[in-house]
Design a protein around this ligand. Sequence first.
Ligand SMILES: [Fe+2]
Ligand SMILES: [Fe+2]
Length: 203
Amino acid sequence: VNNIPTASLLDREAVLQWLKANVPKPRISHILRVETYAIELARQHRLDIDATAKAAFLHDLAKYFSPERLLTMAQQEGLPIDSVEERDPRLLHAEVSAIVARDEFKIQDTEILDAIRNHTLGRSPMSPISCVVFLADSLEPGRGDHANLNRIRKVSKSNLYEAVGLTCDRTLHQLIDCQMPIHPRVILTRNWAIEAAKDLALR
Ligand SMILES: [Fe+2]
Ligand SMILES: [Fe+2]
């Protein structure tokens, strides 16, 4: 323990207690599966496992905050809120989870905080750790066993960016099928990921 810098210590028990008070059980199981999946991906892509695991563990802290609370906290933080988020404040749970991780659990590492922020809509551009948490959130085994999902799981082992692009495609298809509004950031993430995937394949 002597060699671990204080900043990297996270009181896992304290977070679990907090989750038990603020998040229903099935969602905690999802969080733990995302953590496991993200660690696996981080290992495969030789990323910082500790940072990835923390971001995954903390990614859904605000998932069950009320829409009013999400809006208020985002406003207090000075975040720009667009019309899609205004209509569906649940989209803000990623941003607000990062606020809780920082204020409640003293996370200061911007890469961890960004990965929490980016887990729902992605970002153009985003770091490999952000890609891993974004992917683990939608690829963890609890998300099902469809052929398309399994294909993206396979791709994620070799090309994170390609998998991010395919995940955005899935989201867009689902939103179109349900005639739901599309947050423009998903499109920006997709366009960035497609290019980044090509660059990576050429390397
Ligand atoms: Fe989430
Ligand atoms: Fe999640």
